[in-house]
Design a protein around this ligand. Structure first.
Ligand code: UD1
Length: 351
């Protein structure tokens, strides 16, 4: 049987791993390596449990650190695992430091690398994810692109021959979970359609006191309660910068597990975020999104009118969130929910 080794480490990668791990069953020997980039119960274990992903075969427990130290420690750890397991393919996901470390470890050992979610670009070199994705795409042997726009970026960079559009695996997961949680209760103290969900975790927003204050003031001034599901980075930096994560409409809560997050977004009047995944999930659930970033990789959500980009400033946020509802759409730019099966097909066809 073909041996495929997946490397994951951060929260959005566990979500992407879920449908891929299910699609591998009976078709390939699948080894899962967790770098330990995310390690809190709510940032890691809960995703494996809720999404029915088997426990990782290896957990490198690298933890947090500066980019170089963290990526370097992962590189060393992953190399050892690859030398021991000798897979036919290494599959890497998205754009975190775990993605780049795995791609580099594999190419140095001449093991073919496939990059899932290839070709996304923000063209913003301040984002650590942008370095990770560009470098990983150029290192990889097979580029599994989620959308036609992503494939066009790869083509512009001379990578068309290695590219296949498979669709978006997060759409696969969401489609299943949405139906499962539709009748579940909402988060405490909110009622259907009468609250917003917010997440903020990008360094450009959390680590700059003016940006963070602008965002918090904007959320506090909204016309309905705002559930701010706080990533640990946000909690740590807000405390360090002396910015209170409360006041007005703003209520800060712990991050939600994936099914509860999906349910909360389904019932919300809107989502305010800087997360790539959540912008897209909001669109798929037809909840309007406001993205606190200068650009987005998921341009389809903006083009179809369901996502608006705003600066980290109070009035801009309030105006964008209070905008009129977008027009209904039947477009499916992210595929039909069977991307993971295509991922496995493509890997097996090349083994
Ligand atoms: C990482 C990814 C980002 C992804 C995000 C999803 C990189 C460069 N960034 O960002 O692309 O969108 O994950 O969440 O790979 N921390 C904890 N507990 C944890 C994990 C982190 O307390 O389980 C805290 C630590 O203080 C850590 C900080 O959060 O220093 C940032 O974690 P890190 O993994 O470095 O980056 P993220 O901001 O989570």
């Amino acid at each position: 049987m073909v041996k495929i080794l997946s490397v994951v480490g951060a929260r959005p990668q566990f979500v992407k791993l879920a449908p891929v791990a299910h699609a591998m069953v009976g078709r390939a020997e699948h080894i899962v390596v967790h770098t330990g980039q995310h390690y809190d119960e709510l940032m890691s274990d809960v995703f494996f449990r809720d999404l029915g992903i088997p426990a990782p075969d290896v957990n490198l427990a690298i933890g947090s650190g500066n980019h170089g130290a963290q990526t370097g420690a992962m590189l060393e750890g992953i190399e050892e695992v690859l030398l021991e397991r000798r897979p036919d393919w290494v599959l890497v996901y998205g754009d975190t430091n775990s993605t780049l470390a795995a791609a580099v470890a594999a190419i140095k050992l001449h093991i073919p690398v496939a990059h899932l979610e290839a070709g996304l670009r923000s063209f913003n070199r301040r984002m650590p994810e942008e370095h990770n994705r560009v470098l990983t795409d150029h290192a990889s042997d097979l580029l599994l692109a989620p959308t036609a726009v992503a494939a066009a970026h790869l083509s512009n960079e001379g990578l068309a021959e290695k590219t296949v559009v498979v669709g978006d695996v997060m759409t696969d997961v969401l489609t299943g979970v949405r139906d499962r949680v539709a009748g579940d209760p909402l988060p405490d103290l909110v009622s259907e359609g009468d609250y917003y969900v917010a997440t903020i975790h990008r360094p450009d927003n959390t680590d700059d006191a003016d940006h963070l204050r602008g965002i918090v003031d904007g959320l506090a001034a909204l016309d309905k309660p705002v559930l701010l599901l706080a990533h640990p980075r946000l909690v740590h930096t807000a405390e360090r910068l002396g910015v209170a994560l409360e006041g007005g409409s703003l209520q800060t809560r712990a991050p939600l597990a994936y099914p509860q997050l999906v349910r909360a977004v389904m019932g919300a009047a809107g989502v305010i975020t800087d997360s790539g995944g959540l912008q897209k999930e909001a669109f798929l659930l037809r909840t309007p999104a406001t993205t606190v970033r200068p650009e987005t990789e998921w341009v389809e959500t903006v083009d179809l009118g369901w996502n608006v980009l705003v600066a980290p400033e109070r009035d801009a946020i309030v105006e964008a969130v209070h905008r009129p509802a977008p027009h209904a759409t039947e477009e499916t730019p992210y595929g039909d929910g069977s991307a993971a099966v295509r991922v496995v097909d493509e890997l097996l066809a090349r083994s």
